[in-house]
Ligand binder design. Structure first.
Ligand code: ADP
Ligand code: MG
Length: 623
């Protein structure tokens, strides 16, 4: 039989790989511009024809390549930027994977002319289908000129996939703008079909920002600038009047690399809270500089996401810096926040990074991209130590006996037939109650559920019953931590001093039942995750309510902190009286109730249901 596995010819393998790096003309533009930047150019010219479909050419006056490098540059994984794995952690160049030129050479007809200052003659290289077809010495200026013609000429499927010229041009302008904003010290020009599109002299960051945003921004930018040992932030935010209905003019750079980050965007939007209408977006051009070992640089070249070693600090820092800037320009009141007091206190900012720390973060960050921790849905497990602490904690909560004693006083009409659940022996109920799966349940006043049980019936109070169910569920979280759902856009909570202190106190206990809350800034907290069974979107209210209820319990020293939290949570999250329930919901509520260890009372002793025995009903109708 013929073998069916065979190795792909190089040029096909290259084409496939190229697809990841070069998706459209704009991706090639980005790669070529970045290479020119990496080469130390002070002038970079971009020329395109036909929105880059016919021609993309980048000319720089950087350091150029010698004849050997000029040919090697197009090999896959050819890079001059790293030679050892450690280099990855100190990457300051835009590229380092050595994939761009190889990819471009696989999908376009490329010609390169380059010369180093020490050489009299430069080198010219022609490449098609990843094959060098010609090299020769050539007279040319110092620097590099690369042109690529007929992108995807050999991959028609991809070529057909390209959008209209105006759409592709828009992408190119976007990439061009991003690189130009990151490097204002470099002169950039851009021509399309021979026509001048941009022409930006080298200058300051502010000048470049004005180039990009337009002259009208001359008086509409607010400078942002904060510096710590850990990181530096600089750049501009538009005054509130420049806020737009669209997300244009939002630029974030980390170590001069454009990134997209909903998370950091959120930090900025937060700083603008109350200053611009809710549906508007602030404009900003912000630059963060941080030790390269603090960011996961192992991002794919075409991706713009970034992973910080400690993104909460960055979030807090960005937000505070923007607030601070707005305040200094008297755009926002400066009373209620202070960068220095809070952010500066954070260890990571206070202490310079030690070599030890650096190497430990370095060794982890390479793999960070591959570990499950970076998956959005990853739920960290509570540590063993935490779990034990949590368990022992429960050994001192009031026992169920106490509770039943307590609730005995609740009074039942002791006629022997009608029995309030709270006054029944604790062990009977579990076996005693069985609601037929097919039974039709009746909800009265959207509060009481009537369920036939044997020849009698029970009337369940939906809210109190659910409170019991949740109470036991949260209690059990001590053994198996409650699942957390990570918030996509963490919500920030700003509290009064008193509430902040209170929340601080119970933050760890909340974690066990699924609330992931972290302090940041003065009396502010960020809610990163909420219990899996709490509705997202309402977390702010939920916490505020929880604190409110918690305060009511505060005088009650009988209960431990955790017991109080669990009680509050159960009360708060329970289905409310007045809520219409479906048959399915009622059945499942009753089933969960009777799966409880103590189904008959709430934690505070209120009955959860009333049992109407057969005789009681008969009695009612006797003469
Ligand atoms: P990377 O940028 O990831 O190293 P590239 O495929 O983009 O990989 O480039 C390969 C190599 O070619 C670079 O490392 C660099 O040495 C060289 N090179 C590419 N473009 C230029 C340029 N404009 N000027 C000088 N050298 C360049
Ligand atoms: Mg590159």
């Amino acid at each position: 039989m013929a073998n069916s596995i065979h190795l792909l010819p190089d040029h096909i393998a290259n084409q496939i790989a190229a697809g990841e790096v070069i998706q459209r003309p704009a991706s090639a533009v980005k790669e070529l511009l970045e290479n020119a930047v990496d080469a130390g150019a002070s002038e970079i010219k971009l020329m395109i024809n036909d929105a880059g479909k016919a021609l993309i050419q980048v000319i720089d006056n950087g350091k150029g390549m010698n004849p050997i490098d000029a040919q090697n540059a197009f090999a896959r994984h050819a890079t001059s930027k790293i030679s050892a794995i450690e280099d990855l952690f100190q990457i300051r160049t835009m590229g380092f994977r050595g994939e761009a030129l190889a990819s471009i050479a696989a999908v376009a007809q490329v010609s390169l002319k380059t010369r180093q200052i020490e050489d009299e003659l430069g080198t010219s290289v022609e490449i098609e289908n990843s094959q060098v077809s010609e090299t020769s010495p050539v007279a040319c200026p110092v620097g590099t000129s690369i042109s690529m013609k007929n992108l995807f000429f050999n991959v028609p499927a991809r070529r057909n996939f390209l959008k209209s010229n105006s759409a592709e041009l828009k992408h190119i302008i976007e990439e061009f703008t991003r690189v130009a904003l990151a490097f204002p010290e470099i002169y950039f020009s851009f021509t399309n079909n021979g026509q001048d599109v941009f022409h930006w002299e080298a200058g300051s960051f502010k000048q470049r920002a004005i180039h990009v945003l337009g002259n009208s921004y001359q008086t509409k930018l607010v400078a942002v600038g904060e510096k710590t040992d850990y990181l530096t932030i600089s750049g501009f935010v538009g005054k509130p009047e420049t806020a737009k209905k669209t997300r244009s003019d939002q630029y974030f750079f980390v170590n001069r690399r454009f990134i997209k980050s909903a998370y950091l965007h959120h930090a900025i939007a937060n700083a603008f809270d109350g200053l611009i209408p809710k549906e508007n977006f602030p404009s900003y051009i912000l630059y963060i500089d941080v030790d390269p070992s603090q960011v996961d640089i192992n991002v794919h070249p075409t991706k713009q996401e970034i992973k910080f070693e400690d993104d909460k600090i960055i979030y807090a820092f960005v937000q505070a810096a923007v607030k601070h800037a707005l305040a200094q320009f008297s755009i926002a009141p400066s009373l209620d926040f202070s960068l220095d007091a809070n952010i500066q206190q954070l260890d990571a900012i206070q202490k310079p990074i030690s070599d030890e720390q650096r190497s430990s973060t370095a060794s982890s960050s390479l793999y960070a991209g591959f570990t499950q921790k970076n998956q959005a849905h990853f739920i960290p497990r509570t540590s063993e130590a935490e779990r034990t602490a949590w368990k022992s904690f429960f050994s001192d909560i009031p026992s169920s006996d106490d509770q039943s004693n307590q609730s005995n006083g609740n009074g039942s009409s002791n006629d022997g037939f009608i029995v309030k659940s709270s006054s029944m022996g604790l062990y009977q109920e579990k076996q005693g109650v069985g609601v037929n799966e097919d039974a039709v349940l009746l909800q009265i006043n959207n509060t009481y559920i009537i369920a036939p049980v044997g020849p009698g019936m029970i009337m369940v109070h939906q809210q109190l019953a659910h409170e019991r169910v949740l109470y036991e569920k949260y209690q059990k979280a001590s053994i198996q931590p409650h699942a957390t759902q990570k918030s996509l856009f963490p919500v920030v909570l700003e509290l009064s001093v008193a509430d902040a202190i209170l929340l601080e106190e119970i933050i760890e206990d909340l974690a066990i039942i699924g609330y992931e809350i972290e302090p940041f800034g003065q009396n502010s907290f960020i809610i990163q995750g909420i219990p899996a069974d709490v509705n997202a979107g309402n977390e702010k209210n939920a916490i505020e309510l929880l604190l409110e209820q918690f305060k009511h319990f505060s005088g009650d020293i009988k209960f431990s902190k955790r017991e109080k939290i669990i009680r509050c949570m159960a009360r708060q999250s329970a289905i409310k009286a007045g809520q219409t329930l479906s048959q399915k919901e009622m059945h499942s509520l009753i089933e969960s109730l009777f799966n409880c260890d103590t189904p008959n009372v709430t934690a505070s002793g209120a009955p959860t249901y009333i049992d109407f025995k057969e005789g009681y009903l008969d009695n009612l109708f006797s003469k």
